[in-house]
Design a protein around this ligand. Structure first.
Ligand SMILES: [Zn+2]
Ligand SMILES: [Zn+2]
Length: 398
């Protein structure tokens, strides 16, 4: 039994006419601009060798791996056949980066940060998706999310749509704190949600500066990051957590996980509703999790301008190539900030998220469907148009 089943993405290296190979790109293999290079994406079930862990690595038997919007966009092609996903990619690669699993083998120097000892077989773990180098300038300065030599699990190196994955312990975090409270089955689901929840934590706590209990926050966009942000901010003691999201089922889900109020932006004036709910105060944090700057900034500016609260921080977590329409005067007069947020590593984010979960922050309802490896491709194709499912998670790896 030295082989395992994987879901591997293939695409053709066929750069658009004006594409220039970047300094870190590898011709025919790796690029930082996926959508300009890769054509005709397809997924195949491929048998690969079970990896052998090195001295500081562990071998993990994967128990749950969630599908991400980026998985959908790597499989989705435009009219010319180019993939939607714009970032770092090296194909063929096994996809899957939001996962949990159990340690089945550990290298000689594979140290468990929980115990300070070598990893024992049976430890429940999850891992960061960003393989930061620790040696470049941003890493050395303490900003691994901005690593200059980043590799990414399930994008440029083999991921967890597979029965096994090997990972260096540097990127690994124990889930044992969840076992007693939730039991095994839910622990694996929650463990697979630590990665996206850490993206939310990095946005609202690390970059947004968090809140003091009693303050008000606004979340624009009810995808997994938006909903997880609702849970984190409510757990932090926010008075009101106001989510704006067009999908009724997502609004309902957010209400069950920490949102105190929801707004349908298709039916209501978002800024008016926020000022109404907060009795004219506005918000301490506004999270931009829609990626639709031409639509949401009118409301953001109005909340800042008309709200009594000063020091509002707007956190941009959704990606978009479009320009942000914003009046500088509004930032000055209202002492407001706009910050960007990328990634999830460093500053204790992963262990803090696991700790929040262990003290009751249960975001497992984000998982709306469980599937097997064979069903990944059809579900990724379905997710191109379906907005009802939130997280579709692989829990069967045979
Ligand atoms: Zn993801
Ligand atoms: Zn680095």
């Amino acid at each position: 039994m030295s082989k395992m089943k994987t879901v591997t993405l293939f695409a053709d290296w066929d750069p658009i006419p004006d594409f220039k190979l970047g300094s870190k790109d590898i011709d025919g293999k790796l690029t930082y601009l996926g959508s300009k290079v890769w054509r005709n994406p397809r997924m195949e079930i491929v048998e690969k060798d079970i990896p052998v862990p090195g001295p500081t690595e562990v071998l993990i038997e994967v128990r749950a791996c969630g599908t991400c919007g980026s998985d959908v966009h790597m499989r989705q092609a435009n009219d010319e056949g180019y993939i939607f996903y714009p970032g770092l990619t090296a194909f063929p690669v096994t996809l899957g980066h939001e996962f949990s699993g159990v340690v089945v083998e550990a290298g000689e120097n594979a140290i468990n940060k929980r115990t300070g000892e070598k990893y024992e077989v049976g430890e429940a773990v999850c891992a960061e998706e960003m393989i930061w180098c620790a040696n470049c300038k941003p890493c050395a300065d303490g900003y691994p999310n901005h690593c200059e030599r980043l590799q990414e699990i399930g994008f440029s190196i083999d991921g967890a749509y597979a029965k096994y994955i090997k990972i260096d312990t540097r990127y690994l975090w124990s889930l044992e704190g969840l076992r007693k409270k939730y039991g095994e089955e839910k622990m694996w689901l929650l463990g697979s949600l630590v990665e996206p929840t850490s993206v939310a934590y990095n946005a609202v706590i690390e970059r947004g500066g968090g809140i003091r209990p009693g303050e008000h926050v606004v979340i624009l966009g009810g995808g997994p990051i938006g909903i997880a942000s609702c849970a984190i901010l409510r757990h932090s003691g926010a008075n009101s957590v106001i989510l704006s999201e067009p999908s009724a089922s997502r609004r309902e889900m957010a209400l069950s996980m920490g949102a105190t109020h929801t707004i349908d932006p298709m039916a209501d004036d978002v800024a008016e509703a926020v000022l109404d709910i907060t009795e004219g105060l506005g918000a301490k944090i506004i999270l931009e999790a829609t990626g639709l700057p031409s639509i949401v900034w009118t409301d953001i500016e109005k909340i800042i301008w008309e709200g009594k609260a000063v020091n509002t921080t707007v956190v941009v977590v959704a990606r978009s190539d479009d320009k942000i329409p914003l009046t500088g005067e509004v930032l000055q007069v209202r002492r407001a900030n706009v910050v960007g947020s990328q990634g999830h590593s460093g500053h204790g984010t992963f262990p803090n998220v696991i700790s929040c979960m262990s003290s009751g922050m249960d975001v497992s309802k984000l998982v709306t469907k469980q599937i097997s490896l064979d069903a990944v491709e059809e579900n990724c194709l379905m997710l191109q148009t379906d907005r009802d499912e939130v997280k579709i998670t692989v829990t069967n790896f045979n």
